[in-house]
Design a protein around this ligand. Structure first.
Ligand SMILES: [Fe+2]
Ligand SMILES: [Fe+2]
Length: 173
């Protein structure tokens, strides 16, 4: 992962990354070959790359996109215990992720929430209302496809560097 992309993820996402809920995502496998946490960091990287490619580099857009990316699958944690099958997981985890987003950040940003709720479009027929949601739904699919090809958007090294860098910000006054 490019250093600029990593720095943007840490700058706008450090508080989410340092949360206990986010840290727990590295303990659950996802798409068979990765964890929810690694998938999530890969999606954040793809989303930031889309923003940079299209000149969408204002603070608000980057913050919304990074936060929505980092929180989009928090609701999938514990899936075997709370969802009966994959179809139920598909429909419900975006709603649970939205609740987790509010819990973890203490915020309720309409654009971020809408992006999380609609990230499974078109499989779940809830269309994004904002550009952040379109970026997230594209990035999620690119990230998942790359995992299936064995070329994940975030490697173990990327993960370690991002977690370490976010951790450093927590300790700074
Ligand atoms: Fe998802
Ligand atoms: Fe995802």
């Amino acid at each position: 992962m490019n250093e600029d992309v990593k720095a943007i993820i840490v700058k706008y996402g450090k508080d989410v990354i340092n949360s206990d809920d986010f840290r727990s995502t590295f303990g659950q496998t996802h798409h068979f070959s990765t964890t929810v946490g690694d998938h999530t960091l890969g999606v954040a990287a793809e989303a930031v790359k889309i923003c940079l490619r299209h000149g969408l580099t204002d603070d608000e857009t980057l913050k919304n996109v990074v936060t929505a990316s980092l929180c989009h699958d928090l609701g999938i944690i514990g899936r075997d215990d709370k969802f009966r099958n994959n179809a139920q997981c598909l429909m419900r985890h975006p709603v649970d992720s939205g609740e987790k987003y509010k819990e973890v950040t203490g915020e309720e940003n309409e654009r971020i929430l809408d992006s999380i709720l609609s990230h499974m479009f078109p499989l779940k027929p809830r269309m994004p209302r904002y550009k952040e949601g379109w970026i997230l739904t594209m990035a999620d699919k690119i990230g998942a496809s790359r995992e299936k090809l064995g070329r994940p958007s975030a490697t173990g090294k990327d993960r370690d560097e991002i977690l370490k860098s976010a951790e450093k910000h927590r300790k700074d006054p």
